[in-house]
Design a protein around this ligand. Structure first.
Ligand SMILES: Nc1nc2c(ncn2[C@@H]2O[C@H](COP(=O)(O)OP(=O)(O)OP(=O)(O)O)[C@@H](O)[C@H]2O)c(=O)[nH]1
Ligand SMILES: [Mg+2]
Length: 381
């Protein structure tokens, strides 16, 4: 089946995709990213006790970029790692920083779209998927995870994953996954659950999405080390009781998750971000700007300033459009008038030549003295 036009184009050019990783300190976010891109893209935090320092330093979210080749498609992948948070400290600031980051990317594109003259170098940094690392407690979701996932999933496609999943036996993992999904349902957290439409989608897509949905939350084992197993170098973690392999689907959902986000579901994640999550944000933001502030949330002065800039830009754009319409209408009217004038001139000329020929015919029949020809009549030859 030929690919749709846009997809063909991005295949040739490469696709831009942005992935954010969020979770408590030490859940394995950095190791996962480095395993995903098969390089030391992110540095590990050097710290003896992650809980002691988590969030005490200023929150600093820096995206990093890497080019990958995925099934013959070039992927320009942006990774946004976020600082891990601790159990016992006030995490509100960190949570807000993460949400602010997501919204800032939306604000940037909103401002860009409202500009009269577009910036050709503008970079769309909207986050297409967020992997939320649930710590391997084995119990239920913690209150902190529920709160944060709830907050985030209104702005981004949240995919829950269990970090360091080799901490469990197969049956423990099954039970933990089940409890997490029950909590997600109970607290109504709108995570990305590989949506499908039984009426619209083909059987293959429905089946694939059902399988992926059944795996949620993905159990992740990551490793930056390779070990030799039967003469083959594989990414794994070695324990006295055995070897936990990253790419073995019996041990870890790593490969399945990787091929879903960087392959089969990349376009779905992108279009949901652009067409649903961003559009919702845009509508909220503009309606807040038009109908005054939302009483439930206090708006920061800088937000108000941004909003007023946005409104002004929007007004300018509309005025420019109106002017362009007026100019076109006037141009059209002038053209019509010119056509009418030309038509009138033409009919006048016809009339004159008819009169002239009638005149010369009657002159032949009974010559008229030149003194009685009226001014403006064709001069007698
Ligand atoms: N057993 C096991 N350990 C892991 C796994 N992934 C990472 N680790 C280990 O867990 C520790 C923390 O991993 P990081 O990747 O640094 O975790 P992080 O979430 O980035 O942590 P901070 O950036 O410090 O908040 C390291 O010692 C890793 O080697 C895994 O899949 N299984
Ligand atoms: Mg880290």
């Amino acid at each position: 089946m030929p690919l749709p036009k846009t997809r063909r184009k991005s295949r040739a050019k490469g696709v831009q995709f942005t992935l954010m990783v969020v979770g408590a300190s030490g859940t394995g976010r950095t190791t996962f990213v480095n395993t995903l891109v098969e390089s030391d893209l992110l540095e590990h935090k050097i710290c003896d006790d992650p809980h002691a320092t988590a969030m005490e330093e200023p929150v600093n979210i820096k995206p990093v970029n890497i080019e990958l080749e995925e099934d013959g498609t070039r992927v320009s992948l942006t990774i946004v790692d976020t600082p891990g948070f601790g159990d016992n400290i006030d995490n509100d600031l960190a949570f807000q920083e993460i949400v602010n980051y997501l919204e800032r990317q939306y604000d940037d594109i909103l401002a860009e779209q409202s500009r009269i003259k577009r910036n050709p170098r503008f970079r769309d940094n909207r986050v297409h998927a967020l992997l939320y690392f649930v710590p391997p407690t084995g119990h239920h979701l913690r209150e902190i995870d529920i709160r944060l996932m709830q907050k985030l999933s209104h702005r981004v496609n949240v995919i829950p994953v269990i970090g360091r999943a080799d901490s469990f036996t197969v049956s423990e993992l099954k039970g933990f996954k089940k409890r997490i999904m029950e909590d997600i349902q109970h607290y109504d957290i709108p995570v990305y659950n590989f949506p499908y439409d039984v009426e619209e989608d083909d059987e293959e897509t429905i089946e694939m999405n059902q399988e992926l949905r059944a795996l949620l939350p993905f159990a992740i084992i990551s490793s930056e080390e390779e070990v030799n197993i039967d003469g083959e170098a594989v990414r794994a973690r070695v324990y006295p009781w055995g070897v936990a392999q990253v790419d073995n689907p019996d041990h870890s959902d790593f490969t399945i998750l990787r091929s879903a986000i960087l392959g089969t579901h990349m376009y779905d994640l992108k279009s949901l971000t652009e067409e649903v999550l961003y559009e919702t944000y845009r509508t909220e933001k503009l309606s807040k700007a038009v109908h005054g502030y939302d009483r439930e949330s206090s708006i920061l002065p800088e937000d108000l300033a941004n909003q007023s800039v946005l409104i002004k830009e929007e007004q300018l754009r509309k005025e420019e459009e109106k002017l362009r319409e007026i100019e076109l209408r006037v141009q059209r009217e002038i053209n019509e008038k010119r056509q009418q004038l030309l038509a009138k001139e033409e009919s006048l000329r016809n009339l004159e030549s008819r009169l002239a020929s009638q005149g010369s015919e009657s002159a032949l029949a009974s010559p008229i003295p030149s003194s009685i020809t009226s001014p403006g009549s064709p001069a007698p030859y």
